[in-house]
Design a protein around this ligand. Structure first.
Ligand code: GLA
Length: 691
């Protein structure tokens, strides 16, 4: 007997089938099937043959492949009973419930008193699947691994794009062949981490940004994930995501984080746009519009807080166009460097004898909002908190410190209450609109309760201070995922304010993140993390590609640099209303020295393309830059916004250098833009408008 279900829209179809009441398998996932397709026939047709060297029925690659079925690969659940014996459930269909855009499927193993529930939703506007597995047990059990609903990827996808990275180099992508055996990522850092963004794109050699097929995944969890991408001996391929191994404990209820997944027939951009829109419209809650231009004082003053100096900096930042001033690390306890005071969330009277009010009043008078830095989950041994509550520290006493700091045990209600009380006190007594919430080390213990405790604390603060926005920072991009973005409004993508590095990082992060949540700041002339010296035009245009801000000491700017920054910031402000709602389409540059993208308004009426030349090209002249996502029949007017940046060595007269261009979408996408020659480390900015 076959039961089948369909989740789909005009962009994709996912067909699930349960054979003889066993766990459901995705028997089809790909382009939208025509209405009227017979699901039962498809399901029956998906049953594979059996030959020598196999058991007598091919074990289902179900939403949770089972050990009891002799599944020849990684199973979706590993659990033990109270005495430690492995549990090998064999689930059978119990019930189903359909909602407007989703399905809940319940399966049970009555002999073990276990039930397994799959919550499956397809959000219609964004065509993103949101999939969760729940396990309920009548008895106390231990679960070592519970995958979110497991999906197969088809045989014609031979490659995967994986994410790794490091501090100042988040979202590094790597294209790997799908090969027999399992590619396993088990993130043991206890946080999302720079090195383990929980995403995967399965595609093939022909998939580019703008064309080809892609199956894309993201696991929305901040406690560290595990991923398995496996090719079985029989040729089938599966993708599993769940919490990192050993982060689940004993209990009766277990639930995976949501796995977000989508099929795109239109290249990586097809998937990227769905993730971007989903984050913007369904994950992030209550982000203020327009997005204000930031000023963050970290790289200007570090721990040296002097009221008069900060006021002078704020005045200058406001003059450049900043609308939100974020007071970074150093305002609390006796925090003169990074060896002390985390945990003592009390304003430092030595630096601020009259509290923060004089600074805040000054900032408000300049028309800016005030924001402040916290690192709530952390503690220094040199702190009143640690002296009073050494037992609140997570992990054993002789663990290795990270940035001289230890981690508080967020599963402890007393810890959360303490943090809530102190943060709430600062928020109540000061006019604060924004928190930069940091998390600067990996955890000594991988434990889901730590991330759950963090979520609970943020949720409590959010509900009591709904007007306060939060930025997720973790030494830059160490905590970026849809779990944290459900509770915050912006991510500090990277501690690298090196605009060349940023170009690469923000380009790859756009596979998942919209501009509206992606912080990007104009750093100092001499970059503090890379040692490179970069021109203000590159720095300003790079920040203007995302949620813009400044982080240098504005007193270092020459008048000409300040003028450039003011101009680019005004340009950003004039465009942010539509740009922060636009889709970021990564362009397939034929020149590996060029990183290019096109931000296209949802209604297709306008766009802006940014093309950064990161180093000198191999060929003499710029290769045409092919645009994407336009109406081939439509006509567009294009303007090179910063044509005055063309250097004297550009001696010819490409049209865009001197005047606007009118052309069809077909021409712009097929031939592409002929841009003037320019120096490396520059960005061309081309605005387009549909006529
Ligand atoms: C982390 C953050 C920085 C800054 C410092 C302050 O490194 O990523 O942006 O806030 O902490 O200590």
């Amino acid at each position: 007997m076959i039961r089948s279900w369909h989740l789909g829209d005009d962009r994709q179809s996912l067909v699930l089938a349960s054979f003889d009441d066993r766990l459901p398998e995705a028997v089809y996932w790909g382009p939208a099937l025509p209405t009227g397709e017979n699901l039962e026939t498809l399901s029956a047709a998906a049953l594979a043959d059996v030959t020598g060297g196999m058991v007598d029925r091919s074990a289902g690659l179900s939403l949770c492949p089972e050990a009891s079925e002799s599944f020849p690969g990684q199973t979706g659940l590993t659990a033990r009973n109270a005495s430690g014996a492995p549990l090998m459930p064999s689930f059978r269909f119990e019930s189903e419930a359909a909602s407007e855009h989703g399905l809940t499927l319940v399966f049970a193993d009555n002999s073990l008193d276990l039930s397994l529930v799959f919550d499956l939703v397809l959000t219609p506007e964004t065509s993103l699947l949101k999939l969760q597995t729940r396990l309920e047990s009548a008895n106390e059990i231990t679960v070592d691994w519970l995958a979110a609903p497991v999906l197969p990827v088809p045989a014609h996808t031979g490659e995967m794009i994986e994410f790794s990275g490091r501090w100042c180099a988040e979202f590094l992508t790597r294209r790997l062949p799908f090969a027999p055996g399992a590619r396993v990522r088990d993130n043991r850092t206890g946080r999302t981490d720079h090195a383990h963004f929980p995403g995967l794109v399965v595609c093939n050699a022909g998939t580019s940004n703008t064309a080809g097929e892609a199956f894309a995944f993201h696991y929305g969890w901040s406690g560290g994930h595990k991923m398995v991408a496996e090719e079985l001996a029989d040729g089938r391929r599966q993708v599993q995501f769940g919490h990192a191994t050993a982060s689940l404990a004993s209990g009766r209820h277990f639930v995976s984080a949501p796995l977000y997944a989508t099929y795109s027939a239109t290249g990586l951009n097809g998937a990227a746009v769905r993730f971007q829109r989903h984050v913007r419209d369904h994950v992030v809650q209550g982000a203020r519009t327009p997005r204000p231009v930031h000023y963050n004082c970290w790289e200007a003053v570090y721990f040296k807080h002097d009221l008069d100096e900060l006021k002078a900096i704020a005045s200058q930042a406001a003059g450049l166009g900043a609308e939100r001033f974020v007071l970074d690390d150093g305002w609390f306890g006796r925090r003169d460097d990074d060896t002390s005071s985390l945990g003592d969330w009390v304003i430092d009277k030595r630096k601020y004898p009259d509290g923060l009010t004089p600074l805040i009043d000054h900032i408000k008078a300049l028309g800016m909002e005030f924001g402040i830095w916290f690192e709530p989950e952390m503690v220094n041994e040199d702190s009143d908190l640690c002296r009073a509550h050494p037992d609140w520290v997570l992990g054993h006493a002789d663990q290795i410190r990270g940035r001289q700091q230890l981690v508080l045990d967020m599963s402890n209600q007393e810890v959360r209450d303490y943090l809530y009380a102190h943060i709430a006190d600062v928020l109540k007594n000061n006019d604060i609109g924004y928190i930069k919430w940091d998390h600067n080390r990996i955890l000594p213990v991988v434990d889901a309760e730590q991330a759950e405790g963090f979520y609970e604390l943020v949720d409590r603060l959010r509900s009591d201070f709904p007007a306060v926005e939060i930025e997720s920072c973790s030494s830059g991009g160490g905590r970026i995922d849809f779990g944290v973005l459900e509770r915050t409004h912006r991510v500090w993508l990277s501690d690298s304010n090196d605009a060349l590095e940023r170009q690469r990082i923000q380009h790859d992060a756009a596979l998942f993140l919209p501009a509206s949540v992606t912080g990007s700041h104009v750093g100092p002339r001499h970059c503090h993390t890379s040692g490179r010296t970069l021109d203000i035009r590159l720095r300003a245009w790079t920040a203007a590609q995302r949620h813009m801000g400044f982080e240098m000491d504005p007193r270092e700017l020459s008048e000409a640099e300040a003028e450039t920054l003011r101009n680019v910031t005004s340009w950003w402000k004039a465009n942010r209303d539509w740009m922060m709602q636009a889709d970021i389409l990564r362009l397939d540059s034929t020149d590996p020295a060029v990183i290019a993208e096109q931000q296209l308004a949802g209604d297709g009426s306008r766009f802006v393309a940014f093309a950064a030349l990161t180093r000198p090209s191999d060929q003499i002249l710029p290769r045409p830059l092919r645009l994407t996502g336009l109406d081939p029949q439509g006509r567009y007017r294009l303007s090179l916004v910063n044509r005055d940046e063309a250097p004297r060595l550009s001696r010819g007269a490409p049209l865009l250098k001197h005047q606007d261009l009118e052309a069809s979408g077909q021409y712009l996408m097929s031939h592409g833009l002929t841009l003037p020659w320019r120096f490396p480390e520059t960005v061309w900015v081309v605005e387009g408008e549909r006529l």
